[in-house]
Design a protein around this ligand. Sequence first.
Ligand SMILES: Nc1ncnc2c1ncn2[C@@H]1O[C@H](COP(=O)(O)OP(=O)(O)OP(=O)(O)O)[C@@H](O)[C@H]1O
Ligand SMILES: [Mg+2]
Length: 369
Amino acid sequence: MAGVKLIDVVKRYPNGFQAVNSINLEIYDKEFVVLVGPSGCAKSTALRMVAGLEEITDGQILIGDRVVNDVAAKDRNIAMVFQSYALYPHMDVYTNMAFALKLMKFPKEEVDRRVRRAADILGIEELLDRKPKRLSGGQRQRVAVGRAIVREPEVFLFDEPLSNLDAKLRVTMRAELTTLQHQLETTMIYVTHDQVEAMTMGDRIVIMKEGHIMQVGTPLEVYNFPDNKFVAGFIGSPAMNFFSAKLVQVDGGLIIDSGSFQVKVPKESHGIYGGYKDKEVTFGIRPEDIVDTLPQDARGQWEKLNAVVRLIEPLGAEIILEMESGQQRFVARVDPHSKSRLNEEAQVYFNMRKMQLFDAKTEQVIPRP
Ligand SMILES: Nc1ncnc2c1ncn2[C@@H]1O[C@H](COP(=O)(O)OP(=O)(O)OP(=O)(O)O)[C@@H](O)[C@H]1O
Ligand SMILES: [Mg+2]
């Protein structure tokens, strides 16, 4: 059992490109941490540095309390599962899973014990004598995980292991991996570009952008209290709506003026936002905090505005509306009984208690009270 620590870790590739810019991260023992971010943000690079497959340019990596900068990948006591499972096609499942242990000269009985235990955990006992080409995608994926489990590592590393699977299977495997982690109680670092995967699997999520860590937190922390506009826009689907706006004082109240519409800032937030009076800000509100019918038990402050419906996406349990108000466009996620009609004007309400404001220049959040 071990945690993992990255201290001021930098990665510059031989061509001079700096992929990772001094990141600090502590992953606790038995924790499930997900690295998430758009393509190219250096998730794989970060993971491969922990694995020892990529040298670090600067800083320190610790597994447990051992600095592993100069420890070879095979001696780090980690196991990694990649997107391409890279199973040996000519070996059956049993041999695929046993292979690494045999190389490490484990006694036959121990190899057998570990392979059967992993097969039992993953529910693939009846597949042990099959060759990979006779397995489904999900089964192959389980074998790849099995190969990692038999090593009984201190840390599991996963690099987009589900992205070759179809959407439905991905959801199933996602749940299986989460259960597996609870069962094995082993530290796991999991890389994905899919924010839903990150939200549903991680004890904590690390959101990355261009080699920087933008925020670390539990799924609900990063969702409800994003540190910056990037995280606010990356986590949540459909994404948070953003409006360039100005904070203006009128009759003792504060107003967000987007040019196309004005909404009042809740009184309890005046203190915190007051310092941004007359400044450029970005106003953010999530699609689910916009409704086209005010809930009967509506509490707090709902600001009404008129908008034209430009697109309707009925999803069954909800409807996504793309709306237009003056120059501004935004997305609302409304009740399936919505009466809004295409290209007609509708009244919508913003739940101002859920609003976010960002400094227009730094894109940092102005923390909500
Ligand atoms: N060997 C290399 N030499 C130079 N640049 C590299 C090398 N490998 C990766 N990079 C660059 O480093 C950056 C991070 O790459 P990385 O593969 O870690 O991103 P990622 O977040 O895993 O992306 P994806 O979601 O597409 O897998 C990218 O800009 C990539 O082009
Ligand atoms: Mg990658």
